[in-house]
Design a protein around this ligand. Structure first.
Ligand SMILES: *Cc1c(COP(=O)(O)O)cnc(C)c1O
Length: 354
């Protein structure tokens, strides 16, 4: 069986050696040594101004919306994982979709202005598949209309854009360390802001509002990472270079095999140092996609339709037509990609598809 992804698993010895201090000290959560250690390692690896680890990659988006005090309408992308939309709804705001760029699959800044109303408070966009949004154009619009910018960077771990960490852009960026993601802690995530005071405000929100044991700085939620998850993160972190380089080779092989086919491959925005997180392919039609999925399934190969359906078609929303996103969603497929996938498996997958 080959799944769309296979979590990197460190050896049990590596995991338990990181976990040992938590057991010895009887300290399992509440930002213990392991969480702080992982935070410091990631901060210097990513070269970001600030980072706070969280229990998953969804809560930090909600916390960003809360800390920025967003109200009314939030402009967002219809082509993403469902959490990008549901976090907006969960925080009692209204998602307003803007269609994506056909080339890069990120929100199309040329279409943002016409969606702005006097109720718009922010733009929440996703660096889909680790491909950066058109950051400069988005920031220009945000500055002109005084909007906040949040980036869902769940796929963007380690990506650099114009020589800087992708997480340094916008007001807030978030990441996910879910088991299916490139860097993982089992379940986990993070939020990042260049603005120290905003980071501090989100930090209070992620821990009940606690400012010391008996003082509270506003309302909060429990979004803390546990020491058990941090131990997994530390053990995975030691293998990051090799994880990324193995994915890079796998992607190169996929491209070599599929270049001559009628399929289109993901185009990465210029000036990007990409992370090889996903390998999406675009079929000429949904019918072709479904034939390929069936064929692969018969061979115990399970790709995923990331991302289908287009989020503007969610049953609990008022439908807003998004031509490009709906079209792309109907015929895009993510092929199995992980640090574990073999040359032979990639050959088999490509031969079946071709
Ligand atoms: C995975 C993912 C999330 C949510 O992350 P969790 O850690 O699973 O909560 C949010 N946005 C996108 C685009 C994702 O792929």
């Amino acid at each position: 069986m080959i799944n769309v992804t296979k979590s990197f698993i460190p050896s049990m010895e590596e995991f338990t050696s990181y976990l040992q201090p938590a057991f010895t000290q009887h300290w399992l959560t509440n930002r213990g040594d392991l969480t702080i250690q992982l935070e410091n390692k990631l901060k210097s690896y990513l070269q970001v101004s600030n980072i706070t680890l969280t229990a998953n990659g969804t809560l930090p988006i909600q916390i960003a919306i809360k800390a920025l005090k967003l109200k009314g309408e939030i402009i967002t992308t219809p082509f993403s994982f469902v959490a990008t939309t549901t976090t907006i709804l969960w925080e009692n705001c209204t998602p307003v979709f803007v269609d994506i760029e056909e080339d890069y699959l990120t929100i199309d800044p040329k279409k943002i202005e016409q969606a702005i109303t006097d109720k718009t408070s922010a733009i929440l966009a996703t660096h889909i598949f680790g491909n950066p949004c058109d950051i400069d154009a988005i920031q220009e619009i945000a500055d002109k209309y005084n909007l906040k910018v949040i980036y869902d960077g769940a796929h963007a771990f380690g990506v650099k854009y114009k020589g800087k960490s992708i997480f340094e852009y916008g007001d807030v960026s978030t990441c996910s360390f879910h088991a299916t993601k490139l860097m993982h802690t089992g379940e986990g995530g993070a939020f990042f802001s260049k603005d120290f005071y905003l980071q501090k405000s989100m930090y209070f929100h992620h821990n009940f509002g606690h400012n010391g044991p008996y003082n509270f700085n506003g309302i909060g939620i429990n979004a803390k990472m546990s020491e058990l998850h941090a131990a997994m993160g530390l053990a995975v972190f030691d293998h990051l270079e090799s994880i990324i380089s193995k994915r890079k080779s796998a992607v190169a092989l996929y491209i070599e095999k599929l270049n001559k086919s009628t399929l289109s491959l993901l185009k990465i925005r210029p000036e990007t140092q990409w992370n090889y997180h996903y390998f999406p392919i675009l079929f000429p039609s949904e019918k072709d996609l479904l034939i390929a999925v069936k064929k692969l399934k018969n061979n115990y190969i399970y790709p995923r339709r990331y991302f289908y359906p287009s989020l503007n078609t969610l049953p609990y929303l008022n439908y807003q037509k998004m031509e490009i996103s709906e079209d792309i969603s109907s015929r895009i497929l993510c092929l199995p990609l992980s640090s574990e996938i073999s040359e032979q498996e990639i050959n088999q997958i490509c031969n079946l598809i071709i």
